[in-house]
Design a protein around this ligand. Structure first.
Ligand code: ZN
Length: 137
C-alpha cells in the first residue's frame, strides 16, 4: 500500500484520529472519496458512524460512487437491489444487529423483508410467515 494511503488508513484503527486529522479536513473531497473507495463496505459503515459530518458526507448522493466502488471490490457479492441505497444494502449484509430491537450477533437476513432480524422480532415485525392456512381466502 502506498505510503500516503497507509498514513490515512492507519488511523482507521482509531477512527476518532481520522475524523480529527487536519490532513483529511483540508483534503479535497474528490481525493477523500478516492481513498474511501478502497475501504471495505463494512468499514464505510463504521466510518459513517464516527461523526455527524462523516455521516453527512458518506450518506450523501455524491458519495454513491464510493459505495459502488467499495462493493465492487468484494467478490461474489450480489448486486445492490434497485430499491435499496448502497449504505442500506451494506448495513443489511455486513451489519450484525437486529434492525428492529438492536440485538447484536443476529445472522438471519430476511431478503423478502430486506431486514436483518432476530427470532423474536421476525414473529412480531414480519408478515412474510403467513401460510395458506392463515389466508382469509
Ligand atoms: Zn430483534
Amino acid at each position: 500500500m502506498h505510503k500516503v494511503l497507509r498514513r490515512v488508513f492507519k488511523p482507521l484503527e482509531n477512527s476518532i484520529l481520522l475524523v480529527h486529522s487536519p490532513e483529511i479536513k483540508e483534503m479535497p473531497l474528490e481525493i477523500v472519496f478516492e481513498i474511501m473507495s478502497y475501504l471495505q463496505p463494512a468499514d464505510l459503515i463504521s466510518l459513517s458512524r464516527t461523526s455527524r459530518r462523516m455521516r453527512e458526507v458518506l450518506l450523501s448522493k455524491s458519495s454513491r460512487l464510493v459505495w459502488r466502488t467499495s462493493l465492487s471490490n468484494v467478490r461474489g457479492l450480489p448486486a445492490c437491489p434497485i430499491d435499496m441505497a448502497e449504505p442500506q444494502f451494506v448495513n443489511l449484509i455486513f451489519g450484525q444487529n437486529c434492525q428492529f430491537c438492536g440485538k447484536s450477533g443476529v445472522k438471519d437476513i430476511y431478503w423478502t423483508c430486506r431486514a436483518r432480524c432476530c427470532s423474536n422480532c421476525v414473529k412480531s415485525q414480519c408478515v412474510c410467515h403467513l401460510t395458506w392456512d392463515d389466508s382469509p381466502f
